[in-house]
Every structure is written in C-alpha cells, then in structure tokens.
Design a protein around this ligand. Structure first.
Ligand code: XMP
Length: 517
C-alpha cells in the first residue's frame, strides 16, 4: 500500500496534512524532521510532504532536513516552512524582507504547471509566514506569486519536487485540497486506493496474526473508540473476544440498551454486563466535591472491571485457553502527541473512567494509525448503530460530574430525562453536526422559586451547555436558534418533575471549561 510521509517541522499542521492526504484516499504517516535518508528509504514512501513550522530557516538551531532525502528520487512537496527549506537546500534564495503575510491572501498564477494546473488564475489562499522565497532554485519553474511574495510556488518536474508558500491543508485555502491532489495523483503518480474497506481487511489480518488462538478481553464504554476497536477485533477472532460493559448507573438514558441490544445485534459480540449501579451510588453517597467524585468513580470502575476480568480469566484457564490480550481504542493523535513509538499516554484527566494501566495483558490497538473521523467511517462500514458511531464525546465519569452536588438515584433519573429531551430536540433540529457536545447539568444544590399550574414551586435549574469545538481544548458556546431553545425549555419544565427553570451557559472556553465540574 502506498504511503506518504508527512515530515513534521513542529507546528500543528502535520496532523491536518496527514488527514487531508487520507481524505484523498492515500495512507499517510507523520515522522519527525530529524528522520534520516536511510530511515526514509526503509519506509519506502510513495511521496514526502514537508510541513509548515513556527521557525525561520535563519534561526540558529531551526529544524533542518537531511539533504540526502532530496536525492532519493522520491516526489516531495514542501509547504510553508517546508517550502523554504526546499528553496534553501536546493540553492534558491530565502530572505527576511520584513514583509509578513498572515491570513487570507490573494494568489496570482503565473504558470500553473502540474501542481496548480486547471485552477483559477486568481484565488484566495491561507498564508502565515515572515520569510520569503525571493529566488527559486535553478531548474525550477515559478508557478504563482502574491503582492509581497514573488515566488509563492514552484516545481521541477524532472526531480518531482514541488512547493507552495501557503497552507493548502487549511480549509480557508480555496483550492487547497486540489493542490494536494495534483501533487499526489499527478506529481507523484499515486493511485488513490486507501479506504475504510481495506483498512478493515488489513487490521483484521494483523489482529489475527497478533492474537493467534488466545483469548482477548475489552472494556466497552458506549463510546465510539472502544466500540469500533472491539468490533474490529471481533471480526478478526470472533468469540475469542469477550467484551465487558460496566453499568455504573451514571449512564445516559437507553445507553445500556444501546450497547446490550443494538451493538450486540450488529456485531454478535460476546458481552458481559456488570450491573454495579448500587455499588457506585453507595460509594458516592454524601460526596459533592467534583475531584473526589472523579476519584471514587475511577477507583470503583477499576475495581469492578478487575473483578469481572478475574472471573473471565478463571473461566478461560479452566478450559485451557488463557486471556492474553486487552483491546484498547488508542487513536493516532494520541500516538503522535506522545512521541510516536510508544503507547499513548492519555491525559490523566481523561483517563478517569478508563482502565488501569497495570493489567497483565498485551495490548491490541487496532485504531493506532487512525484519526477520529476515520474511526467513525470504519464503524459505519462495520455496520455499527449510528447512535454509537456518531456519538458526541461523553466523559468517563458520566452524569456523576453533571450533577452539581451529591449524586443520588432520583437526581440521576431526573437528569437522564432532561438530557434525553435535549438530545432528541437537538437531533430533530439537525444540530448534531454543528455542536461538539452539549452537557446538560443539574444544579442540585440550587433551588429557585417558580410557578407551575396553580402552585408555587421550589425546584432545581437545569443548565444547557452546547459548545462548538475542534478538539475540546478551546470551545465557544453554540448559538442555537431561539425556537429550539424555547422548545427544549418548555419540554423540560413540563416533563421533568422537580425542574422549574432552564438556563443557557454562554461562556467560552477559556475561561469556562466545557463540563461544570
Ligand atoms: P473540560 O470540562 O475540561 O472538558 O473543558 C474537555 C473535554 O473532556 C471531557 N471530560 C472528561 N472526559 N473524564 C473523561 O473521560 C473526565 O473526567 C472528563 N472531564 C471532562 C469533556 O466532556 C470534554 O469533552
């Protein structure tokens, strides 16, 4: 299978470039800029893309490229900083002219060539640079310029080396994806053959080789990653896999049914559900502090999972086929962010409600090379229920951190009803693709006066926290239509006893976090 190496020069653009290459149906892999020519050769890529980066090629210690890489005859595309590295290494001229370009910039094609062929003469592209390439290396054709940048793109068809000053991977660059396609398909001559179907086939084969005839277990959380990882392993080794689902009582309405009924029907997976609702409730009794709740939930989760695991291990030993493997839904961004080779170090905050890391199993991680949107596509291809595949992020500690105050069964039931109404109305209004997630929070320690029917009430407020985000690191509050908000508010106050007020959280992150606890 063809592979494109994306050389990371230190900005966040490398992941975006890798995703865009895959959107063009070609596999891609991110590598550090200190990779040597011989390491590149070993990987035998069909093309190389040099990413942008925050440095200036003039700075002492700025990231360099092993120049021998450009002698390997592998097609190369340099982007932004990568473009300047190419210009400098191949004998062109890069200057600090003091003329910076940031944001949307008009680009004028002077030639077009293969890279910009069939594109409009004038187009908007996204720039972010201080230095300029003022002279292309000899043998290179200049393809485009802007008002301040004389050499905004170049190519050398004989050497199959190309470069652009702007960021084609960014959606604001009008012809961005087309530039990448031109490079990949025409410049490098790669066939677009990578798709969900062959990822599944490849992973299934790999899992079979790794696991042999041993047994495997996995924890299902109801979330996308564990659901898809388990479904892939199940496709590979069938009933050698047992999935464990812990119902801690902090789940959303129908979530357990979704896993037990719909997910099992779609996959045929062997599932063990552990009903631990009572145990979690009594451990949380009297506790209001958010971090203490998190710790208790995390601890109970691990204990419960380990108990289930011990039982399964004993059963498996009895029939002489020990459990040797544990499935984890680690994704590619975790792998890249933790430095590549090793297993992802998941942020401790996000590990709450996850599995302990000292379990005595070898890991099976079939999603290690994939981005989230690819995992969803694979889940869909595997026939998993849309409610699971399209699910928005939901914290491991569940509704336990969406009740401000003590967690009780009554409060959980109330919040579950309100949350179900919000989800139903958001979906009906077609908002699911616009919002990142919408925590629904019960302020159990707050009461306010209301009037319902003929009487005065003294009930609790529900907070709606719909946000838009790219990665949950920053977020903005979603501007939902008033009619939709009115409908949600009416329904909650009418249908959920004990709630007499619905409020909207209009805080961005920062300063507010997405969750209230
Ligand atoms: P915050 O509230 O920090 O949330 O803005 C960022 C993202 O993380 C999720 N979140 C959690 N996920 N365990 C999890 O697995 C947790 O304890 C936890 N706390 C927050 C939150 O839903 C959002 O997507």
């Amino acid at each position: 299978m063809s592979n494109v190496l994306v050389v990371d020069f230190g900005a966040q653009y490398a992941q975006l470039i890798a995703r865009r290459v895959r959107e063009a149906n070609i596999f891609s892999e991110i590598v550090h800029h200190n990779i040597s020519a011989s390491e590149v050769q070993k990987k035998n890529p069909a093309a190389i893309i040099l990413s942008g980066g925050p440095s200036s090629v003039y700075e002492a210690g700025s990231p360099q490229l092993d120049p021998a890489i450009l002698e390997l005859g592998i097609p190369v595309l340099g982007i932004c900083y990568g473009f300047q590295v190419l210009a400098q290494t191949l004998g062109g001229k890069v200057d600090q002219t003091g003329k910076r370009e940031y944001g949307a910039t008009e680009l004028k094609l002077t030639d077009g060539g293969v890279l910009l062929g069939n594109q409009p003469q004038l187009q908007i592209c996204w720039m972010s640079h201080g230095d300029q390439v003022v002279q292309a290396p000899s043998g290179f054709t200049v393809l485009a310029s802007t008002e301040t940048t004389p050499v905004a793109a170049f190519e050398n068809l004989e050497k199959r080396i190309f470069g652009v000053q702007w960021h084609p991977e960014v959606k604001h660059s009008e012809q961005g994806q087309q530039v990448l396609r031109n490079f990949l398909y025409k410049g490098a001559g790669i066939e677009p053959t990578w798709n969900s179907g062959n990822v599944i086939a490849e992973q299934v084969e790999k899992i079979r080789q790794q696991v042999g005839d041993a047994r495997v277990i996995c924890g299902l959380s109801g979330g996308v990653d564990s659901a898809v990882a388990a479904a892939l392993v199940h496709r590979a080794v069938g009933d050698q896999l047992t999935a464990v689902f812990v119902d801690h009582g902090l789940l959303r309405k129908f979530e357990r049914e979704q896993v037990e009924r719909d997910y099992v029907a779609a996959t045929g997976i062997r599932l063990v559900t552990v009903d631990a609702q009572e145990k979690f409730l009594s451990a949380l009794s009297g506790v209001s502090d958010p971090e203490t709740k998190r710790k208790i939930i995390g601890r109970e989760f691990i204990r419960t999972f380990e108990e289930a695991e011990r039982k399964l291990v004993a059963e498996a030993k009895a029939d002489n086929r020990p459990i040797k493997f544990l499935v984890q839904g680690t994704l590619y961004p975790d792998v890249v962010e933790s430095g590549g080779g090793v297993t992802a170090g998941i942020k401790s905050h996000h590990n709450v409600g996850g599995l302990p890391d000292d379990l005595d199993f070898e890991l099976v991680e079939p999603l290690r090379t994939l981005f989230k949107d690819e995992v969803r596509a694979i889940g869909k291809e595997l026939g998993l229920p849309a409610e699971i595949v399209q699910r928005q992020p939901f914290p491991g500690p569940g509704l336990g951190i969406r009740i401000v105050g003590e967690v009780t069964k009554e409060r959980l039931d109330l919040l579950r009803d309100a949350d179900a109404i919000v989800r139903e109305e958001l979906t009906k209004a077609g908002q699911d693709s616009q919002i990142w997630q919408c925590p629904v929070v019960l302020l159990a320690d707050v009461r306010s006066v209301g009037v319902q029917g003929d009487g005065r009430t003294y009930g609790h407020p529900i907070v709606l926290r719909p946000v838009s985000s790219e990665d949950a690191m920053t977020a903005d509050w979603s501007r939902l239509p008033y009619e939709l908000l009115a409908k949600i508010s009416n329904r909650i106050t009418n249908e959920v006893a004990g709630v007499n007020r619905v409020v909207l959280d209009i805080t961005s992150k920062p300063p507010g976090t997405i969750e209230w606890e």
